[in-house]
Design a protein around this ligand. Structure first.
Ligand SMILES: Nc1ncnc2c1ncn2[C@@H]1O[C@H](COP(=O)(O)OP(=O)(O)OP(=O)(O)O)[C@@H](O)[C@H]1O
Ligand SMILES: [Mg+2]
Length: 318
């Protein structure tokens, strides 16, 4: 039986902005099985990173629960939570900003072992060097780069170091928050392949965030499409690409340049995304939807299973 690594239920995260409430994430649920990837896509501001930060316990949820490896994460003691948090890591969009600029490549990769030496036991210099060298081999950073500084590396190599550091303590779950968005197109595929190989080798579970549906397609087992804090569609990857149900997913798909055509930028879709401080009444997508009816402007569609395993929130399928 598949093992569920992450079980998120009804996650909400509201920020107070002045006297108003910004619903960055509003009632999101999903499961991630061991060795699989949940792709999360949506335009800027749809709440992808906030969702990831809540799941990783980097910021507190307003409501909802996360079960991680069978444990109700938010109900654990501080210490249990800290230990479990080692099993979850994050790879960021900008590898340079995620590394310590004044530390060499090897020191950056060694850092998780040093920070956690109390629980892991202190490693000798030789043991530490060996762990670092193994990690460099694993992610394809030449060993002669051990003593250089992050700014001396290319973006792709920096991201490999970021991945090595994320994997240092053998996590079960890794959030990849737009890990290739800042890289040259030619490098993007290499990093995606690396992430995929590492997943296969180590049975990692990923939450993979991107604007670009083309990037997510190859790596994801399932895809969740977010719009203004909500998941509007969720399905197994092939099903979603063959048969997108929600009008937002459909325009998102049409507006995506394919990686193979040399596209890097998400070209955007018609109309401005409304302010999350003042989302439209009814369906949040109604201001940009070509199928919008009066009902859509008044009544919020229920998120439901329209076909086996394929969920969406749209009145077209009521
Ligand atoms: N600390 C905060 N305080 C107030 N608002 C915030 C905070 N963090 C995020 N937000 C708001 O929450 C919403 C969702 O932001 P988030 O960064 O999660 O979106 P995203 O989908 O990751 O976007 P991007 O693709 O640009 O990274 C945005 O409107 C953002 O301005
Ligand atoms: Mg983000």
């Amino acid at each position: 039986m598949a093992e569920t690594i992450v079980k998120a239920r009804d996650i909400s995260k509201y920020f107070k902005v002045g006297h108003r409430q910004l619903k960055a994430v509003d009632g999101v649920s999903f499961d991630i099985e061991r060795g699989t990837t949940l792709g999360v896509v949506g335009e800027s501001g749809s709440g992808k990173s906030t969702l990831a930060r809540v799941v990783l316990d980097l910021i507190p949820a307003t409501s909802g629960s996360v079960e991680f490896m069978g444990k109700d994460f938010f109900k654990l003691s501080k210490n249990e939570r800290r230990l479990l948090r080692r099993e979850m890591q994050i790879v960021f969009q900008n590898p340079f900003l995620s590394l310590f600029p004044h530390m060499s490549v090897s020191a950056n990769i060694a850092e998780p072992f040093i920070v956690n030496r109390k629980e892991l036991g202190r490693l000798s210099k030789a043991e530490l060097d060996e762990r670092v060298a193994d990690l460099m081999d694993l992610v394809g950073v030449p060993r002669e780069h051990a003593n250089v500084y992050p700014h001396e590396l290319s973006g792709g190599q920096q991201q490999r170091v970021g991945i090595a550091r994320a994997l240092a303590l053998n996590p079960k779950f890794v959030v990849c928050d737009e890990p290739v968005s800042s890289l040259d197109v030619s490098i993007q595929a290499q990093i995606l392949n690396l992430l995929q190989d590492l997943q296969d080798q180590k049975e990692l579970s990923y939450m993979f965030i991107a604007h670009n549906l083309a990037v997510v397609e190859h790596i994801s087992t399932h895809v969740a499409v977010m719009y203004l804090g909500k998941v509007v569609e969720y399905a197994p990857t092939q099903e979603l690409y063959r048969h997108p149900l929600h009008p937002y997913t459909q325009v998102l798909m049409d507006s995506v340049p394919k990686l193979s055509e040399g596209g890097t930028e998400f070209s955007g879709i018609e109309g401005e995304i409304p302010s999350p401080l003042d989302p439209p009444k009814g369906c949040r997508f109604c201001t940009r939807c070509t199928h919008c009816t009066k009902r859509c402007t008044e009544e919020e569609p229920v998120y439901k299973e329209v076909e086996p395993g394929h969920f969406t929130a749209c009145h077209l399928y009521d």
